[in-house]
Write a new protein. Structure first.
Length: 212
């Protein structure tokens, strides 16, 4: 959705990459995306449904706008991203959904966001059954607290950002925030033949925070 970040990502990757700006909650944008892929490549072997949004709202102060915006991106957008990709996906393809540890924890002010990620985890189960005849594997990756600009912005939005990040780090059994490349490696595993007998699962990459 953000052109500057998209352009920066394309530049960093450098080769064999095409950036297409869009909003996953806008079905017209998804149609445009998959029409481009069909025209240029003809098929899609792997889908990593990674687009998402997170904002905090304590129970009692949740607004309809907050609810709709988070569900439209994290649930509606993810569902239709994958559904519209299916005609381009060959049998035996792989789908990875970006879930989160918040679906397994009871973090305060996370009612709506946590509910969306619980829905994503459920999709991995039900779509595994729906797509079993095509041998399309569907898995979810659930990151813990990862050192990204998004996490820093969220922490700052609640006040005492540095203190909140330190508290997060201290709550992780490994004693630190995760790195984006650690999530990427897990996604590559689920996308590859190394996980050929893995489907319907949720892979936690969280430093142990949701496990103990």
């Amino acid at each position: 959705r953000r052109d500057p970040e998209l352009a920066a990502a394309v530049k960093e990757i450098g080769r064999n990459v095409t950036g297409i700006q869009g909003d996953v909650s806008n079905l017209g944008d998804l149609d445009r995306l998959f029409a481009h892929i069909k025209r240029e490549k003809g098929k899609l072997d792997i889908v990593f449904a990674n687009a998402g949004a997170a904002t905090y709202a304590p129970f009692g102060k949740i607004t309809e706008e907050h609810y709709d915006s988070i569900f439209n991106i994290n649930v509606k957008g993810l569902l239709f991203t994958v559904q519209k990709a299916l005609p381009l996906m060959p049998d035996g393809a792989s789908i990875i959904l970006n879930a989160s540890i918040v679906a397994s924890k009871g973090f305060s002010s996370n009612s709506v966001y946590s509910a969306t990620k619980a829905a994503v985890r459920s999709f991995a189960r039900t779509w595994t059954t729906d797509l079993k005849d095509r041998r399309i594997r569907v898995n979810a990756v659930s990151p813990g607290p990862i050192d990204t600009p998004g996490l820093n912005d969220l922490a700052a939005s609640t006040g005492a950002g540095e203190q909140r990040l330190r508290m997060l780090s201290n709550s992780v059994p490994l004693g630190r925030l995760g790195r984006p490349d650690e999530i990427a490696k897990a996604v590559v595993f689920l996308a590859s033949d190394d996980s050929s007998y893995v489907t319907g699962t949720e892979l936690f990459v969280d430093g142990g925070i949701a496990q103990v």
